[in-house]
Design a protein around this ligand. Structure first.
Ligand SMILES: [Zn+2]
Length: 316
């Protein structure tokens, strides 16, 4: 098994997709009764790693029944079309609002190009392959995916994106949370456990919905969460409380600078201060520069997402 794959109980493993940096972006593989499902897949460039991890577990490509996408942001879903070409029996599970973007990725590419720029899209994601419509299953709230008798329950969980599902696996008492339960990089772990940061990536950040989605998941009394960035966290109640506090703080920062001519720079600056302060309070020994470096991309994306949210507020 590759060092980039982490094995957990209940047939769950986390495969490092190789996107951006080590332990940044995970694809989770669930193997049950010799059948398999992927949850999130990384980008086109991740697919060889996923197939290698599958082979290393002795699971054939024809034994993969499901490719489940938490949402269609490209670090989660960019490789889905290419992966589906390699998995003859798999069906793609995606939120009804995300389905058409997997069948015809052109709008998705245009949206991501608006956020990241054309050169970065080509370099980081390559050309997205469409998924044939007949292989796409739309997962509305309450949809159950049957993995060889193991029920995976899809919940509609807006807040990070309006096309987001989180997947409840009763067997492991875990949610696969995509980006709804924030980001938690392992470099920040201390003896208190994980450090967690919400993500407000453009263009559908909705703080009230995000609070509600987090609370709804807590109602299942999960013992662990599998985040795409990065994999398993435990101590879910504390992390949920931390997320609620940070979401409120992020919204307050955005509001404070709503009418500032240097709005972007000031929001980004204050988010940096917020996350540095909170990571230090958590006991992280990383120096401030390292914290800022690890969170630089998220701070930029969170800033952009908060600005989009502010613009929407001002139009209401
Ligand atoms: Zn996302």
């Amino acid at each position: 098994m590759s060092a980039a794959t982490i094995e957990f109980d209940h047939g769950i493993s986390a495969i490092d997709t190789g996107f951006f940096r080590p332990q940044f972006d995970a694809s989770h593989l669930i193997v049950h009764n010799s059948r398999a499902a992927f949850v999130d897949v990384g980008t086109n460039y991740s697919i060889p790693r996923l197939l290698e991890a599958l082979a290393a577990k002795g699971v054939g490509v024809d034994a993969v029944d499901w490719v489940i996408l938490t949402h269609v942001h490209l670090d989660h879903a960019g490789g889905a079309g290419l992966l589906m070409q390699q998995l003859p029996n798999a069906r793609l599970v995606v939120h009804p609002r995300g389905a058409r973007h997997m069948i015809d990725p052109s709008a998705l590419i245009a949206g991501a190009t608006a956020v990241y720029g054309a050169a970065e899209i080509e370099r980081s994601y390559g050309t997205l392959a469409p998924v044939p419509a007949e292989r796409v299953v739309q997962a509305s709230d309450g949809h159950v995916v049957d993995l060889a008798g193991r029920e995976l329950l899809c919940l509609d969980t807006p807040g990070h994106a309006r096309h987001h599902i989180c997947i409840w696996d009763a067997m492991s008492r875990a949610f696969f949370t995509g980006d709804t339960f924030g980001l938690s990089y392992r470099e920040f772990d201390t003896d208190k456990g994980a450090f967690i940061v919400p993500t407000s990536t453009p263009v559908q950040f909705e703080p009230d919905a995000l609070h509600a989605s987090i609370d709804r998941m807590l109602g299942f009394e999960p013992q662990q969460m599998f985040l795409t960035h990065y994999s398993r966290v435990t101590g879910v109640e504390r992390l949920a409380a931390d997320l609620h506090e940070s979401i409120d703080a992020m919204v307050a920062i955005a509001r404070a600078h709503a009418h500032d001519s240097a709005r972007h720079a000031r929001i980004a600056h204050d988010l940096g201060e917020l996350f540095v302060t909170r990571s230090q309070a958590h006991g992280c020994a990383l120096d401030v520069e390292h914290v800022r470096e690890l969170l630089a991309m998220d701070i930029e994306l969170n800033t952009q997402g908060l600005e989009v949210w502010l613009e929407k507020q001002s139009k209401q």
